[in-house]
Design a protein around this ligand. Sequence first.
Ligand SMILES: [Zn+2]
Ligand SMILES: [Zn+2]
Length: 218
Amino acid sequence: MQIHQIGGLGFDSNIYLIIDEVIALIDAGTGMNFETVTRNMGKFNLKPNDIELLINTHCHYDHAGGDHDFVKAAGCEMAIHELEAELLRKGDQIIMLVGSLFGRKILEPIEVSRELREGDLIKLGELTLQVLHTPGHTAGSISLFEPNQQLLFSGDTIFSEGIGRVDLPTGNAEAIHNSIMRLAKLKVQKMYPGHGPITEENAHEHILKMAKIAFDLR
Ligand SMILES: [Zn+2]
Ligand SMILES: [Zn+2]
């Protein structure tokens, strides 16, 4: 099993390529750098049409804008939390922040084939990801936790340096507080956030530290 960060260019979210029995992507970036992302996949002898499953941590354009290209190339399964599936299907401009933050107004509807719920298990082979519903940054934000390897994909809920914004549509300060306190109880070694650097070890301590700073805990 391998995990590689192949995105993060410009406005793009981080894009995690998981090479396991199932080839999966976590988030797809804006789609504006699809050629670079494709080249990055090529380093591991993979092409966009090798992707079997694409998971969005939430509906924002910097994570979901690239979905269409991958689904078109690969016909892959596309998964997002049930609260945000409909937004992708109809290409909701406001919630996905297309015009306002990313300066691109056209969004093609994305066919969501799998709606995720709290507690769902996503079996990839060596890895089995647990779906944790962690609202706050958006109402349907999820984190993906792998308890055996102690890995956490945290989307825009918590980063290596800070926590997610709550001032965007469906954002909620109390909800993100509860979500981060929940993540702080997990045994996590490595954290893969939606933006910025990966926390390589002792991510649990790191999440606690971020929570203390953000919520002024004693
Ligand atoms: Zn983001
Ligand atoms: Zn976001």
